[in-house]
Design a protein around this ligand. Structure first.
Ligand code: X2X
Length: 330
């Protein structure tokens, strides 16, 4: 084959491989592995962006915070500065930049999904979108990491006393205070380093949602015990840099927003499905599952209250009460 024909054939093959070769490829960074429901949501976003822009734009999805050298907290900051196009990350990862984002994950703020949906899809969610805009990030749609459950290799966690002395990997600053309130020894660590830290016994345990992370990222291979204590809810979102957003006309904005909304609705659905079937699956994989009663949950709620109060103060009591009021109405 001549060089010219070879080049042409290669170009056609590449187009076939990547779908329509968009005039522009935008970059989206997220911080879990490529089997997570986050990643699936990102891939769906890419598909929908291509479809809605008629192939003009596509989105390359980078897992494991590759674009920030594995630093999951840096992604939002980069998008805020306009150095990166999109971020998909969870609330807790944004707290170094926007401390108010910790409001969602206050310990035991939420009791169920109805309360979550009423806030995320209601006025409290809009308020958070406004706050994020002040940091150069346009939140396009909310998805779900989920209720975070605790796992470890030492013993079943049935009461706050069982947490004492356990070395716990946590993602972000608020969880350090929560773990300390429970008498555990927390250590902040990147997700990308967590799996091997669990395997090697550098830490005893961690906490993450079942459907989005523990099942698809096979955390059960490195952990023996899980307690479904539902102590903290963590939403995710797709955000775009304000700079990029401002450069688009109304039509393009609508296409991208619609793509994000559909992709996150899909991501939330598969996450909830995976969570619903997850406990049985984890048992099959040999995990010992402890499902606390309401009274046992209440003991965890009482024990983590100091962390709630400290962070409610930092977040701002007015913002916290916007959430509490909506939840009380549910
Ligand atoms: O790092 C974690 O624990 C993860 C993947 O859930 C978050 O991004 C908060």
């Amino acid at each position: 084959m001549s060089l010219k024909r070879f080049a042409a054939a290669t170009a056609i093959a590449l187009i076939a491989l990547h779908g329509a070769a968009g005039a522009e490829t935008l970059r989206l960074s997220h911080n879990t592995g490529d089997t997570s429901t986050w990643h699936k949501g990102g891939e769906k976003f890419n598909e929908l962006v291509q479809e809605k822009t008629g192939g003009e734009t596509d989105v390359r999805v980078f897992p494991m915070a590759q674009l920030t050298g594995g630093d999951q907290m840096k992604q939002a900051e980069m998008v805020g500065r306009g150095a990166l196009d999109f971020v998909m990350t969870s609330a807790i990862n944004v707290t170094p930049l926007v401390p108010e984002m910790a409001v969602f994950s206050l310990p035991y703020l939420y009791g169920n999904y109805d309360e979550v949906d009423a806030t995320v899809d209601g006025a409290p969610g809009e308020k958070m979108t406004e706050i994020m805009a002040g940091h150069g990030i346009v939140v396009l749609a909310w998805g779900e990491n989920g209720f975070r459950e605790v796992t470890n290799n030492v013993r079943p966690i049935k009461s706050p006393e069982d947490m004492k002395g356990l070395k716990m990997r946590v993602a972000g600053p608020m969880y350090i205070d929560v773990m300390e309130a429970l008498g555990a020894n927390p250590q902040q660590m990147q997700w990308t380093e967590t799996f091997s830290a669990l395997q090697q016994g550098v830490v005893d345990g961690q906490e993450n949602p079942i459907g989005a992370v523990i099942v698809p990222l096979r955390v059960y291979e490195a952990q023996k015990y899980i307690t479904t204590w539902h102590y903290s809810y963590d939403p995710i979102f797709i955000g775009v840099s304000q700079k990029l957003w401002d450069s688009w006309d109304e039509e393009k904005r609508e296409q991208i927003r619609a793509a994000a909304e559909e992709a996150m609705a899909y991501q939330k659905e598969i996450t909830r499905e995976g969570t619903a079937s997850g406990v049985d699956f984890l048992k099959e994989q040999g995990m010992e599952v402890f499902v606390p009663s309401d009274a046992e949950i209440d003991a965890f709620r009482q024990a983590t209250k100091p962390a709630y109060d400290k962070w409610a103060e930092r977040i701002g009591p007015d913002l916290v009460s916007v959430f509490e009021t909506t939840i009380a109405e549910e």
